[in-house]
Design a protein around this ligand. Structure first.
Ligand code: BDR
Ligand code: CA
Length: 312
């Protein structure tokens, strides 16, 4: 079995991504670490527990992670898109039992598991990279014990979603993204904002996907309604499954149809560009390639995986 740890700021699309990881019997999710991003970490924990409850997987340990980005400056949050509770403000009559939350801090859990499962662990990052950067500051060898790391974040065509040129996860904590890209020293694969948007689900495909009569499809459809409405107001008739693409690529890399090795770093100072990922296409910095950029994926495979995610 492939061992996976998911670091998340759940988040509507994070929920789908987590459910996807849980729907593959060959994948063992050994823990979920949480971080502030779309919403503050306290609520992220509640959201993750809700998702685990839908999947009937309350056995998976959940860890409380960093509450603030490295510099303690919160630029924005995701509530316009993800709702004030981070999961689409869908009424939830069920109660989640916070006793499932482990006492150990997310960063300590990441470090411990990297030792416990040395060379076997796939880390999938679906939120700002604060926990990972802090783990590296405690132990610079953290990344060398990982099998690999898949990150949803950044951009490779200079097109942003929260600023003119930056993607949300990297913009929320640019310094953490900088640290991770330059110092993780694990095989890193990146799903950028532009990659995700170019594989957004058209409305008819989305509607068909969510018409399945399963508990999970119903849950996802309800939490996603708010984001769909947000998109509609912004003349976007598609649904972006960005975080699920990162999990999909980690589970089955045959979904990747095009990828390229590059040196990439993150702007931490720019007046307009803070948090933008810079790709050194022309070898200007004369640095070794540090990441694999996915530039295209197989849409039909992605859709198959999204269907599988919904199965009860
Ligand atoms: C990323 O930011 C969050 O809003 C999403 O969950 C995704 O991880 C996209 O920019
Ligand atoms: Ca996310």
């Amino acid at each position: 079995k492939g061992l996976m740890i998911i670091d998340t700021d759940a988040g509507v699309d994070d929920a789908d991504a987590i459910l996807m990881a849980l729907s593959y019997p060959d994948v063992k999710v050994v823990g979920i670490t949480t971080v502030s991003g779309n919403i503050l970490v306290k609520q992220v924990i509640v959201n993750v527990l809700r998702v685990l409850k839908v999947a009937n997987r309350m056995d998976i340990p959940v860890y409380h992670g960093c509450e603030e980005p490295l510099l303690g400056v919160r630029k924005t949050n995701g509530i316009h898109y993800h709702g004030t509770d981070g999961l689409g403000d869908m009424p939830d009559p069920s109660t989640v039992d916070r006793e499932h939350l482990k006492e150990e801090h997310a960063v300590q859990a990441l470090l411990r598991m990297s030792r416990q499962f040395e060379g076997e662990l796939t880390l999938v990052c679906l939120g700002p990279l604060t926990n990972i950067a802090v783990a590296l500051r405690i132990d610079p060898h953290f990344g060398t014990r990982l099998k690999n790391c898949f990150i949803m974040g950044g951009n490779h065509q200079g097109r942003g979603n929260v600023t003119v040129s930056a993607e949300f996860n990297f913009n929320y904590d640019p310094e953490a993204a900088f640290v991770v890209l330059s110092q993780l020293h694990a095989p890193i694969t990146i799903v950028t904002w532009e990659l995700s948007t170019s594989h957004s689900l058209p409305k008819d495909v989305y509607n068909k996907l969510r018409s399945k009569k399963t508990k999970k499809a119903d849950f996802l459809k309800r939490i996603e309604a708010h984001s769909l409405e947000f998109n509609k107001q912004n003349n976007d008739d598609t649904f972006n499954v960005c975080d699920a693409i990162a999990v999909a690529a980690a589970i089955d890399n045959s979904i990747i149809t095009m990828a390229t090795r590059v040196y990439a770093t993150v702007e931490v100072k720019g007046q307009y560009t803070s948090g933008q990922m810079l790709v050194d296409w022309n070898g200007h910095f004369k640095k070794e390639h540090n990441v694999t950029l996915i530039t295209s994926i197989d849409d039909s495979k992605l859709l198959q995986m999204l269907y599988k995610t919904e199965e009860d």
